[in-house]
Design a protein around this ligand. Structure first.
Ligand code: HEC
Length: 311
């Protein structure tokens, strides 16, 4: 534990006012300067999932990337499982001043994340790769947990102050992690193309609760997808990138509309709207191509953005 971090983070929160729960802006507002790394934000390892994806795997994949399943500072800073375990590998450059002693190591039992999890020890741990986690029978540095499901619940509730996960969320996170077969780590650049392809995949996941006519689950998945759209939106940071920003905002609103239709029991319309949204995102407007070189998908622009102090 380092108590000053809690104080500084609280002050940062007060000064910056409302915190966006998003990976670039949120992290800059809620984590200490020096926590964001160009390497982590501009590349991620190729994912290479084992074959055989069902709804559980797909929902788990989305939840693994969704800060809203966590609570406290992690959620405010827009950190998800993916931030520390990028594509299921260890994020070697992950570093938060005061909570890390070296890159790739972090104190997860710290009041910074969750007051209840604070153990009074300054104990950064190596972030492990989750590749091949399916074949393990003990989890954590002290091998204290014998079940991936229990460990995952612990991470959410005790380390990162999230709400108690329900059975479906845990089943999904376990199913996804079990698809993380051992693989060579091959970094790939973070691209708009890949991020939009991921959104299309997530929209396919949303088809399941719309087919099942499960409004609560549809609403939950729609919210998670909107969070992912928000991450893309942050990369089009300049106000003058109106075309790209407006398209992303419109897609996000359309997801709200789909969740509302589900809530109202208007299933055929909800399904039609989802199909139309999918078609729109599959053929994004030309504004994206125009804005892309100036966006934070560009490594040089991102480096310049990271070097600017937070507001
Ligand atoms: C801030 C960084 C961070 C985040 C966010 C994070 N983890 Fe971890 N994870 C760690 C660290 C550090 C360890 C090592 C903890 C230990 O050894 O007790 C770990 C350990 C694990 C392990 C044990 C692996 C093994 O081989 O023993 C699993 C499983 C895991 N995390 C899954 C998750 C899931 C699922 C999420 C999201 C719900 C998540 N983690 C979020 C840093 C993180």
């Amino acid at each position: 534990m380092r108590r000053f971090i809690v104080v500084i983070a609280t002050l940062a929160g007060l000064v910056s006012g409302q915190a966006a729960a998003q990976s670039l802006v949120g992290a800059r507002e809620w984590l200490l300067p020096g926590s964001l790394s160009l390497e982590n934000l501009s590349q991620r390892p190729d994912e290479r999932l084992e074959d055989g994806r069902n709804f559980y795997v797909a929902f788990g994949r989305l939840a693994f990337r969704a800060p809203d399943i966590l609570g406290g500072t992690a959620r405010k800073a827009g950190l998800s499982c993916q931030a520390c375990h990028a594509s299921g590998f260890a994020t070697h450059a992950f570093f938060i001043p005061g909570l890390s002693d070296r890159p790739g190591r972090i104190d997860v039992s710290n009041a910074f994340w969750h007051l209840r999890g604070e153990d009074g020890i300054d104990n950064p741990l190596e972030i492990p790769s989750l590749r091949g986690v399916k074949t393990k029978d003990r989890f954590g540095h002290d091998a204290r947990t014998a079940s991936l499901r229990d460990f995952t619940r612990r991470v959410i509730v005790m380390e990162f102050a999230g709400d108690e996960p329900d059975a479906l969320l845990l089943d999904a996170l376990v199913a996804y992690q079990e698809k993380l077969q051992p693989a060579d780590e091959t970094p790939q650049p973070v691209t708009l193309r890949q991020d939009l392809a991921d959104i299309l995949g997530h929209l396919d996941t949303l088809r399941v609760p719309l087919a099942e006519e499960n409004a609560a689950l549809a609403g939950r998945i729609a919210t998670m997808i909107r969070g992912q759209l928000g991450f893309i939106h942050e990369r089009f940071a300049d106000e003058d990138m109106r075309g790209s920003r407006a398209a992303l905002e419109e897609w996000s609103r359309r997801l709200v509309g789909i969740a509302d239709l589900a809530e109202a029991g208007q299933w055929p319309q909800a399904r039609q709207h989802l199909a139309a949204l999918r078609a729109a995102i599959a053929a994004p407007p030309p504004a994206f191509a125009a804005d892309l070189p100036r966006s934070l998908y560009d490594r040089t622009r991102l480096a310049a953005w990271l070097s600017k102090p937070a507001r």
